[in-house]
Design a protein around this ligand. Structure first.
Ligand SMILES: [Zn+2]
Ligand SMILES: [Zn+2]
Ligand SMILES: [Zn+2]
Length: 164
């Protein structure tokens, strides 16, 4: 039973993180910290972006939760930290690898869900500016992209969304 609750904490944290990521992207990254996110929306050559700092920012609560939770024997915080880390990993694999192809790991993936999130994020990247963006979420997307992606098997390798 205890393990079931631990798993539930990890999964709940994961879901909450999708909401936190959406809100941060919409109101902070496209808000007062736009200067850190801007290079992700514009053309850039360097492998690293200022935008990558957000990974470090989100890693801090995860690391603190796991470390302090272990030190003080408060395992709820350890599992919350683990949920944040798991979300960060999934975000990295979908956003940075699958969509922007910073690493060419899943170039032949053609699953319907992946086609849908790639399309949604492409729509987000249509805007090179701070204002009037769309699709700020990552793993949970508007239903219409899921419907659009039905049966649309792409034969040639997908182009990455906007800028790399
Ligand atoms: Zn953005
Ligand atoms: Zn980029
Ligand atoms: Zn992007």
């Amino acid at each position: 039973m205890a393990m079931f609750i631990d798993i539930l904490i990890v999964l709940t944290t994961f879901l909450v993180m999708e909401f936190v990521a959406w809100a941060t992207h919409k109101y902070v990254m496209h808000g007062f910290l736009w200067y850190l996110h801007e290079d992700h929306h514009g053309p850039h050559e360097n492998f690293f972006e200022k935008n990558d700092l957000f990974f470090l920012i989100f890693a801090i609560p995860s690391w603190l939760g796991i470390m302090l939770g272990m030190i003080y024997n408060q395992y709820t915080f350890v599992w919350i930290g683990a949920g944040i880390a798991l979300y960060g990993l999934c975000y990295f694999l979908t956003h940075d690898v699958l969509i922007h192809r910073r690493f060419k790991w899943f170039d032949n993936t053609n699953n319907r869900y992946f086609r849908a999130i790639r399309k949604a994020h492409k729509v987000h990247h249509k805007k090179m500016t701070k204002e009037d963006g769309a699709c700020f979420g990552m793993l949970i997307i508007p239903m219409k992209y899921w419907i659009e992606a039905k049966g649309k098997k792409v034969t040639q390798k997908h182009k990455n969304a906007g800028t790399v």
